[in-house]
Design a protein around this ligand. Structure first.
Ligand code: SF4
Length: 200
């Protein structure tokens, strides 16, 4: 710091000014208080653990595909494989499906397993019509898909899709339970693509 001879004022050098400013800042830092802790910090963790953001379509489709209830429609030898699928070894209840319903009003999946005859066709259609929407149909085995080995017969329907709309076909004579489970997974996949907006 020097005195200007002309004006008689004090003149500070840049270095002195910088040092003085630095000392002032350090003094403020030394005496400043700790930041007040956020009282709502716990809320962030609670929100993260308890709130799930998703779409209505996703939730609805998740609920539907996780609780498909099949209606009993075993018609021939393929039905034994369907029954085996429901037993403990293959454990269809893993998919929320252990309840094979005797009433179509409580079912949303029809597994047609076996040979469909023309004599039985009206009953199949009536049961399908009694099922509540939305509903799905799985044709299990060659007979259900196309009449199978009996396709030339006067009495056999050449495919369940002649009577009701079919969503998934599971080929085989008979298909093994693993194949039926794969077909069911395909229906799950189909359900997960649905939208309540386009369903109207
Ligand atoms: S596909 Fe084969 S196992 Fe199934 S119902 Fe027909 S004949 Fe029987």
């Amino acid at each position: 710091m020097e005195v200007d001879e002309r004006t008689g004022l004090y003149v500070y050098s840049d270095t002195e000014l910088d040092r003085a400013e630095g000392e002032a800042i350090e003094s403020l830092k030394a005496h400043c208080q700790q930041a007040i802790p956020d009282p709502d910090k716990w809320l962030e963790e609670e929100l993260r653990r308890n709130i799930l953001l998703t779409s209505v379509d996703f939730m609805l489709n998740w609920a539907r595909r996780s609780s498909l209830w099949p209606v009993n429609f075993g018609l021939a030898c393929c039905a034994f494989e369907m029954i085996a699928t429901a037993a403990s070894r293959f454990d269809i209840s893993r998919f929320g499906m252990e309840i094979f319903r005797a009433s179509p009003r409580q079912a949303d999946l029809m597994i047609v397993s076996g040979t469909l005859t023309w004599k039985m066709a009206p009953q199949l259609r009536r049961i399908y019509d009694q099922m509540a929407e939305p509903k799905w149909v799985l044709a299990m085995g060659a007979c259900a898909i196309s009449g199978g080995t009996f396709v030339q017969s006067y009495s056999v329907v050449p495919g369940v899709n002649c009577i009701v709309p079919v969503d998934v076909y599971v080929p085989g004579c008979p298909p093994r339970p693993e194949a039926l489970l794969y077909g069911i997974r395909m229906i799950h996949h189909k359900i997960s693509k649905k939208s309540i907006v386009t369903e109207g």
